[in-house]
Ligand binder design. Structure first.
Ligand code: AHG
Ligand code: MN
Ligand code: MN
Ligand code: MN
Length: 335
């Protein structure tokens, strides 16, 4: 079938055979995410209209205040995924513990665990700036027929079978990979259909954008400080342009299209940085590698890090391959 005007639904069916596990379950799972994405998109779009803005008054396990839309997106994704007999467990940035999906009625036959950051960049909601949702999918490692355990969630990112994000931006897009490249779909809000708008997305090999919260400069490791100075130096194709939205999804999306690097390093205040390995870094790293880019903790590929806990944080360097390699060189030389 011609790719012109291809919808996400058609794309999923057509590519099902190419999926690593072609039983159709992963397709159903992507379909469930597509549905939840539309529901959350609807809520995000009307955020300025109704009284769902502002903090919900709760804090999550990581001590961050939860926004109302954080909580709402969390509920929508969990309910949509749990109501289908595909997923055996869900872990979320907004939940203290992983959730076992009670599939006892089908003797725990469900194969997949899903990890989500239901709303990424949520501090941007109040100011009408793009936010996103990030998801990551693994095949369970404990035996089918038993309840899911923590071990099923603590798999290295290399084991992901699919990952992606939804960006609620000027357009709403769903971008995902099942390990066969990265494809982006744009929502036509009038009819609620995602169309394949960005087939086979690729990070430019190098770029001119660096994205880092420079307000924390004083606390950064020497390697990052030196790399930032390198980006700012008048030499060759530099100085680079600094762009930082504060929504990982949006910063990543822009850098993948235009070429750039995103850095959230460790700091003297926070030894592991801020971003979550399981909900943010692993899915973005899988997408980055599938799009010809790179993702590392400054020294080794993110996808090779063995997770030790659900809400683990990790320093994150991600983007165009040559830029990440250059930043790693600075990290090595100054450690
Ligand atoms: P979340 O809204 O899911 O908690 O994630 C926020 C993350 C990420 O999206 C963003 O890049 C980063 O926090 C921004 O942090 P700073 O404000 O410290 O720069
Ligand atoms: Mn948060
Ligand atoms: Mn986030
Ligand atoms: Mn979040």
């Amino acid at each position: 079938m011609s790719r012109k005007n291809q919808t996400l639904g058609e794309f999923i069916i057509e590519n099902q055979a190419a999926f690593k596990y072609s039983s159709g379950e992963l397709s159903k799972l992507i379909n469930a995410i597509r549905l939840a994405a539309k529901v959350v998109n609807h809520e995000v779009n009307k955020a300025g209209l109704v009284d769902i803005l502002g903090a919900a008054g709760d804090t999550n396990i990581q001590g961050e205040s939860q926004q109302k839309l954080d909580v709402l997106a969390n509920e929508k994704f969990i309910h949509t995924l749990a109501n289908r007999e595909i997923v055996c467990g869900i872990a979320s940035e907004e939940e203290d513990d992983f959730i076992q999906i009670n599939s006892a009625d089908n003797n725990h036959q469900n194969k997949y665990v899903v990890l989500i950051d239901p709303l990424d960049g949520s501090s941007n909601i109040d100011v009408n700036v793009s936010v996103g949702t990030i998801f990551s999918i693994y095949r369970r490692v404990t035996p089918i027929g038993t309840p899911v355990t923590l071990e099923d969630f603590l798999q290295p990112g290399r084991k992901q079978v699919a990952a992606g994000y939804i960006i609620y931006g000027t357009s709403t897009m769903l971008v995902y990979t099942t390990g066969h490249g990265v494809n982006g779909f744009t929502l036509n809000p009038a009819i609620g259909t995602f169309y394949l708008s960005h087939p086979d997305m690729q990070f430019p090999e190098t770029g001119k954008i660096y994205s880092v919260n420079e307000g924390n400069y004083i606390h950064f490791p020497e390697g990052v400080k030196q790399y930032i100075k390198y980006c700012q130096r008048e030499e060759e194709d530099r100085p680079y342009t600094s762009r930082y939205i504060g929504s990982l999804v949006s910063d990543f999306h822009r850098n993948m299209i235009k070429g750039g690097i995103y850095i959230y390093p460790k700091s003297s205040a926070n030894q592991n940085g801020k971003l979550r390995l399981l909900y943010e870094c692993n899915p973005m790293a899988f997408l980055a590698e599938q799009a010809g880019g790179k993702a590392s903790n400054g020294f080794t590929p993110i996808l090779d890090v063995q997770p030790e806990e659900l809400h683990q944080r990790v320093p994150f360097f991600c983007g165009s391959r040559k830029m990440v390699e250059k930043a790693e060189e600075f990290m090595r030389n100054h450690s």
